[in-house]
Write a protein of this length. Structure first.
Length: 390
């Protein structure tokens, strides 16, 4: 019972702190670069019929519901900050449960409980080490790097826990098929698409490939494909709504195009991209190198690696034309897949601590992970103090 009370108060405190953080970011980031400000405005415009509900309508609909269908800026912005604070608290809770499953011991409740709390909080802050970005004249910490966390984009923040759940349940389905889980995957696919389709772009490429490896062409494979069929239908509907229906009169239409590196202007020298990628994912890369002998046969490891590779390839080769060309909408799946890489590697490291103890290798790997956490805290402070998230 005491643990339940601890959980309730903990989650309440985390939610309030996150709400204050997002409200602060809303105020300090200039409106021209503030996605939270823009997304609240989109919700008001949809409510007033100035634009149709986008294919990924769920966040905007919820903003209007929780603002009691207000057309004023403040209520809609408060509602949106509450929604993303809830989603981030939900992600924190999911991470905390997975961590506690690894480190919890009945004989030492309190230390392990708060250790799990701390580790779950670190996963909300871990950030790419911004080399070479921060060494440039612009001192970029976000642009040009492959970051596992962002603080400024409300739709990707709301998507996070649902993408995390889709990843977890689909991996379990790859391990052992159940028809009940297939229904949950279908629901999560639908939620992902109606919030933001970014992670589904990767999921629809990688999941069927690993299903084929696991189940060949037997009936479990075909049953497991059904959620993807539903997802592709909704994705096509979303494409039609966004690119065909939502065109203002007299305006140029946008479309999805194949154009390598069209939206990757961050580095004039493309040779710097591997450097940025290496330092952005330093912890999962070093963990994988140190433990390759036991990881190379792990379905979870390959699921994570292939997803990240596909997320980057989508960013490099697929873009938008027309008025949406500068929006960078095919970047967001990288954030989700990078965070999943950190999450999976960190859980694996905690398991190593549990089985092997405080070896030099484990301490070294934890130190690298904590470096990512410290950089993330510094990035957050910089964002609050300067109002710039680049």
């Amino acid at each position: 019972m005491k643990k339940n009370y601890n959980d309730f108060y903990l989650l309440a405190v985390v939610f309030v702190l996150l709400f204050v953080a997002y409200q602060t970011i809303l105020q300090v980031v200039p409106a021209d670069y503030n996605d939270i400000h823009d997304h609240a405005a989109f919700a008001r415009q949809m409510l007033q019929g100035q634009q149709p509900y986008a294919g990924n309508f769920l966040v905007y609909l919820l903003v209007n519901i929780f603002s009691f269908f207000s057309t004023k800026a403040v209520p809609t912005e408060i509602a949106l900050c509450m929604l993303i604070a809830f989603a981030t608290t939900f992600r924190f809770r999911l991470a905390q449960e997975r961590i506690n499953h690894l480190i919890y011991h009945d004989s030492t409740n309190e230390p392990n409980y708060f250790t799990g709390v701390f580790y779950a909080l670190t996963l909300l802050f871990v950030f790419g080490i911004p080399i070479p970005g921060y060494l440039s004249d612009d001192k970029f910490m976000y642009i040009g790097n492959y970051v596992p966390n962002v603080w400024h984009n409300s739709t990707i923040l709301f998507l996070f826990p649902f993408a995390m759940l889709l990843f977890e349940l689909s991996y379990k389905q790859l391990h052992a098929y159940t028809s009940k889980r297939n229904w949950w995957i279908t629901l999560l696919v639908t939620l992902n698409l109606f919030i933001k389709p970014s992670y589904f772009f990767v999921f629809v490429c990688v999941y069927p490939l690993l299903l084929l490896v696991k189940y060949k062409f037997n009936k479990k494979f075909w049953y497991s494909i059904l959620p993807l069929v539903v997802g592709i239908f909704f994705l096509a509907l979303e494409y039609w709504v966004i690119y065909k229906m939502s065109i203002p009169a007299g305006k140029e239409a946008s479309s999805v195009i194949f154009m390598p590196f069209y939206r990757n202007p961050e580095f004039a020298n493309l040779s710097l991209i591997p450097v940025a990628m290496f330092f952005s994912l330093l912890f999962p890369i070093i963990y994988s190198v140190f433990n390759l002998s036991k990881l190379r046969k792990s379905m979870l490891f390959w699921y994570c690696v292939i997803q990240f590779v596909v997320s980057v390839l989508i960013f490099f080769f697929i873009s938008e034309s027309g008025p949406r060309a500068s929006h960078g909408n095919f970047y967001w799946q990288i954030v989700i897949c990078t965070w999943l890489s950190f999450f999976v590697a960190f859980l694996a490291l905690l398991k190593d601590f549990k089985t092997d103890g405080r070896t030099n290798k484990n301490i070294f790997l934890l130190s690298i992970y904590m470096l990512h956490f410290v950089v993330g805290v510094l990035y957050f402070i910089r964002l609050i103090l300067t109002g710039g998230y680049y």
